[in-house]
Design a protein around this ligand. Structure first.
Ligand code: ZN
Ligand code: ZN
Length: 593
């Protein structure tokens, strides 16, 4: 190649770099994906200053020989081999094939690689090879990227704060280790270990590495299939939620994808089990014949299109609902329940336990380094499983979802204290009553209700625009068993109403229902409408906080709650019951340590 041509190429790479290398995470992504392609079973990612100082990825993969190592940095050569697999990556990462040369054009790259015979060590600065020699023959690849954007300082300003760059990388490495539980991933920043998975193929163990034991104990395994799709994974109990969708991870045929429809159906499957604007932790693996998927939607969004999406949604939704339905979901108070924030997890490296301090320069194969004893790991997992299962107790009879318990008093006119042989329960009387009413109303609304005549017909006057909307939708109200007619200017008269309307609160309930009709969405969905009506009216009809009810009333309330389909949360997803076990009470009072 002539000098001019090479210059052209470097320039082209630099221009491309502006488009493809925007964040440190895109470099990490590219290097880690390369390591996975090279069949590595151990991948180690070491960062300095969140990757801005250095990104170093070391693997035990098949490595490259001298010629391939040089080719890897040539723009034309890398667009070789495009099969369907690669195509998926091009789409999911957006720039595969041109990334390495682009990265090298704006940084200082050192590549040590070997197929197990002779090793190669290449140093490239600003896209130009500055050194090129033989090196040690340890099988695998070590690639380090430093001085990022040293020759295009304007781009340096486009990088995010150290915190954001690191958070993006952690998020990527977490998700890739969930996709590949049989690869051991190690991630550190400035020498501090962030993630270290064992690569033994156990998904629950990876979840434990990422989220910690307290959350892992609250994960429910799910597994199901239909003719087209196979799903497997873990979903969090409703008490564990996050403020963003980011902990819903969907992995299709081994690759992380983002799909709005799937995220939405997962969240909807938890409806009334948790607030709709909080999101569960879900790791969902979907296996499907590739002929049913189309990855060619958006070059960088990692989106995927499914054939037979309705079937898939139904499969996911029914599986999650069934899993929630079968578990005991009363939140248990534990002394040490606290979510570990991401950055508290960044702990100093333990010298003896990681393979970080193993000297890689001694022709050592990473494969032979056993990190923990087999037994030790198995014990760990058994413990998690046992704890999880004993707590979640499978429920057979729906009546047994909430154990028998006896009210002993009321705190602040709001929380009912109950006890049984297992411990103490606190029940929020409003939330519990709301749940009971909600299920009753929803049932009446769906299955049809009796109608009852009003002693005094009710006259409702509305602003003209609302009057028109109600007039257009009057059949909805009649379907609900309202006897309603137009009556004078901008007015309706109601002579009878469905029997379930709360006694004494009919007027308020009717106004709420009319409000829901006025604000209803264009594509009217009867089930969603019934859900909203039941939710709104049940709130209005339930005993409030600061309402001192008698022990008898408490008993009735608890017994009716026990008969609910989902007794654990109010329709808005807030808890109705909290449990303090005898053990936990004793621990709190230091009677048992
Ligand atoms: Zn309420
Ligand atoms: Zn509520």
């Amino acid at each position: 190649m002539s000098k001019i041509k090479i210059m052209d190429e470097i320039l082209a790479n630099k221009i491309a770099a502006g488009e493809v290398v925007e964040k440190c995470v895109s470099i990490v992504k590219e290097l880690v994906e390369n390591s996975i392609d090279a069949q590595s079973t151990i991948i180690k990612i070491e960062l300095k200053e969140s990757g801005i100082g250095e990104i170093k990825v070391t693997d035990n993969g098949i490595g490259m020989d001298y010629d391939d190592a040089l080719l890897a940095f040539s723009r034309h050569a890398t667009s070789k081999l495009i099969n369907e697999e690669d195509l998926f990556r091009i789409n999911s990462l957006g720039f595969r094939g041109e990334a390495l040369p682009s990265i090298a054009s704006v940084s200082l790259v050192s590549l040590k690689t070997s197929t197990g015979n002779v090793g190669t060590h290449i140093i490239i600065k600003g896209g130009k090879i500055i050194s090129n020699e033989k090196s040690e023959a340890r099988k695998g690849t070590e690639i380090s990227v430093k001085k990022l954007f040293y020759n295009t300082p304007a781009r340096l300003k486009h990088l995010n704060s150290l915190y954001t760059e690191l958070a993006n990388i952690i998020d990527f490495v977490n998700k890739i280790s969930l996709s590949y539980p049989d690869i051991s991933f190690y991630l550190s920043n400035d020498g501090k270990e962030i993630l270290n998975t064992d690569g033994r193929g156990n998904l629950l163990k990876v979840i434990n590495n990422i989220y910690g034991i307290n959350i892992t104990k609250k994960m429910i395994e799910i597994k199901n299939n239909d003719d087209e799709y196979e799903i497997y994974g873990y979903i969090s109990m409703p008490e564990v939620t996050k403020s963003t969708r980011n902990s819903i991870v969907t992995i299709v045929n081994g690759r992380v994808v983002k799909n709005q429809e799937i995220n939405k159906i997962i969240n909807e499957s938890y409806h009334t089990y948790k607030p709709d604007d909080r999101y569960p932790i879900v790791i969902l693996k979907i296996t499907v014949d590739t002929s049913l998927t189309d990855v060619n939607i958006h070059p960088t969004k990692q989106d995927i299109k499914f054939g037979k999406i309705e079937e898939l949604k139904e499969l996911i939704s029914s599986t999650i609902k069934k899993a929630l339905d079968e578990k005991m979901l009363i939140p248990k108070i534990e002394n040490n329940v606290s979510e570990i924030p991401l950055y508290n997890k960044i702990k100093p490296v333990k010298e003896e336990n990681t393979f970080l301090n193993v000297n890689l320069n001694e022709n050592q194969d990473l494969n032979i380094i056993e990190k923990k004893e087999n037994e030790e790991i198995k014990l760990d997992l058994d413990y998690i499983k046992e704890e999880t299962e004993s707590y979640q107790k499978n429920i057979v009879e729906p009546e047994n979802k909430v154990p028998v318990m006896y009210p002993v008093g009321l705190v602040k006119g709001t929380y009912i204290i109950c006890q049984n042989e297992d411990g103490m329960f606190l029940i929020d009387q409003h939330a519990a009553n709301e749940r009971i009413n909600y299920e009753y109303y929803y049932n009446e609304l769906t299955n049809g209700s009796e109608e009852i005549e009003m002693l005094i017909p009710m006259n409702i006057e509305l602003p003209y625009n609302e009057y028109l909307i109600v007039k257009q939708n009057i059949e909805i109200l009649r379907g609900m068993k309202f006897n309603i007619e137009e009556f004078g200017i901008n007015s309706f008269i109601i002579r009878s109403h469905p029997i379930w309307l709360p006694n004494g609160n009919e007027g308020v309930a009717i106004k709420k229902i009319i409000e829901l009709i006025v604000t209803k969405e264009k594509d009217f969905d009867k089930n969603k409408f019934n859900d909203r009506v039941a939710m709104t009216v049940s709130c209005k009809a339930s005993i409030k906080a600061n309402d001192n009810i008698s022990i008898d009333e408490m008993e009735t309330l608890v017994n009716r709650l026990r008969k609910c389909k989902n007794p654990y949360t109010c329709p808005h997803g807030r808890p109705t019951i909290i449990f303090y076990s005898n053990y936990e009470l004793e621990k709190l009072f230091k009677r048992s340590m």
